[in-house]
Design a protein around this ligand. Sequence first.
Ligand SMILES: *Cc1c(COP(=O)(O)O)cnc(C)c1O
Length: 450
Amino acid sequence: MSLVTPTAVGGPALAQERRLVTAIPGPRSRGLAERQGRAVARGVSTTMPVFAAAAGGGVVVDVDGNSLIDLGSGIAVTTVGNSAPRVVEAVTAQAAAFTHTCFMITPYEGYVAVAEQLNALTPGDHAKRTALFNSGAEAVENAVKIARAYTGKDAVVAFDHAYHGRTNLTMALTAKNQPYKSGFGPFAPEVYRAPLSYPYRDGLTGAEAARRAISTIETQVGAENLAALVIEPIQGEGGFIVPAEGFLPALVQWCHANDVVFIADEVQSGIARTGAMYASEHEGIVPDLVVTAKGVADGLPLSAVTGRAEIMDAAGPGGLGGTYGGNPLAVAAALATLETIRQDGLLDRAREIGALLLGRLRDLQARDARVGDVRGRGAMIAVELVDPVTAQPDAALAKAVAGAAHAAGVIVLTCGTYGNVLRFLPPLSISDGLLTEALDVLDDVFEEIK
Ligand SMILES: *Cc1c(COP(=O)(O)O)cnc(C)c1O
């Protein structure tokens, strides 16, 4: 069977334009989707049945030659742009040198260099150590292992609306039943849930929401049993919920007073996405352990746990690792990604993109009462869609808007416990022109769907 070969090269050489030459999806994508249906498990579903041929800058080009504006970055992964030049060069050179030795057999410098950089980039100037893994879920699991080894305690608290992955322990940590958990139990024990700060829906100050969460934890779990609290500083899949100011610092303080490890899951919010290297910085918190993944290696599978040396080193030799963790190609990509963020000023660019998105989406909110809330930081922005009268979540509207945007050549993702949030995660390599065009398309879609 012949492969459908890419029709263009990726990276910034790709024409930066929205261009529709067929209906979405086009005939070649439809053909591939049919093959997918026969060959791939249906549990692995897709947002758009459009097959990629090339991507770069701010566009994804499909196998039919359509060029789509990318507001998703493959879920906050290609933050520095798909096939970013430094990444392509570094990965190509590494592939020619060696592809794998296993860091646990004969180590290599790239792994150590990534650890050094993450130790320097994560919040806090204390002594740190890093361990590398493959996926976000795997890193979250390891953070919990490390916290348990350090504290000698078992329990873990996660929050309402949390998303931490799809493996057994991270399914237990994840809040949402459908589609992530239903039918997949039994789940890992000793996982408890606390209420989040959700300013749009609970109206609480950060201090009030923290008191509520701490009260739940103290009465239902007990600090003497609790190894770790795991939280996304800005929630990803749960709806881009930014907790009220003061919520995160109060939780950190409580953890420190109670010998509980504070784990920041920055898998989606980290690595320049929010205009800071880590979203924790916006509130000046210093987590004990930070989990990094998605944006760190421009699409090559890499994740990390970074944290206080004494906590990280509580796991004994051989207790952490894995065949592929910190694979040579992935660490080469990560070093090039971090270099690109520095050289291209991408922290500033994320803040500019945030200002542009927030400005346009607040204008939309002023015209359209179905936009209940506009929130987020940097290039991690969302709108929550609601019934204008009752503020009940309107998932049907989110689905309709996303579908119409897809048909018009704009890749936009939904999220949220209630499925009523549109989230915007453009690559930081997108131009203002493309971003503005995508927002124009969205304005039109909101006009059309009344
Ligand atoms: C995506 C995500 C994960 C899981 O990462 P995988 O690489 O898909 O395992 C964990 N936590 C957060 C906050 C995420 O966004």
